[in-house]
Design a protein. Sequence first.
Length: 196
Amino acid sequence: MGQTPPRSLDSFEPGPLDRLFKSLRARKVLPHLKPGSRVLDIGCGDGLLFQMLRSKVREGVGIDTALTEPVERGPFRLLPGRFPDDLPADIGRFDAITMLAVLEHIQPPHQPPLAQACYDLLVPGGRVVLTVPSPQVDPILRVLMRIPGLFHGRSFEEHYGYDVRKTPGIFSMFTPLVIRKFQFGLNNLFVFEKPA
């Protein structure tokens, strides 16, 4: 997910647009999570998704390469590391796995194993809910990053022009429930369900 130096939770200082974009993506996820779900958030950052999900999620585990230490906040736990290699062996299964603006950072050879790991960690009927920006977003982000303090674009250097159309094929072992553009076509929402 990132080559960025690891950080503690206190050192996450997103710009105003970083937080806005994360919040808009998280709002798209909310309707696709069942109440009382146990959720794994890959690329969790500072845990914003769990802050927004407080009333809907029973338990949440986040993992991010930019964290240096585990963080516990009630029913939510954020772990440093790379998915799936750095998850504890006894992590259990999840009702949903979220990845918000993560897949475009994963190189093609690692995408099918990532999808398989999601499949293995989900309960039957569990869902993968992910967002992926359209490639035309990259030039816009380059401009925004030039404005001091507005947008940090953590790990932006890892964008390689991910082809959004390949997403259903990567998650072919799942049943697609939602494939939809949002934010004026600049972002994409995918919801896949593991067969029961």
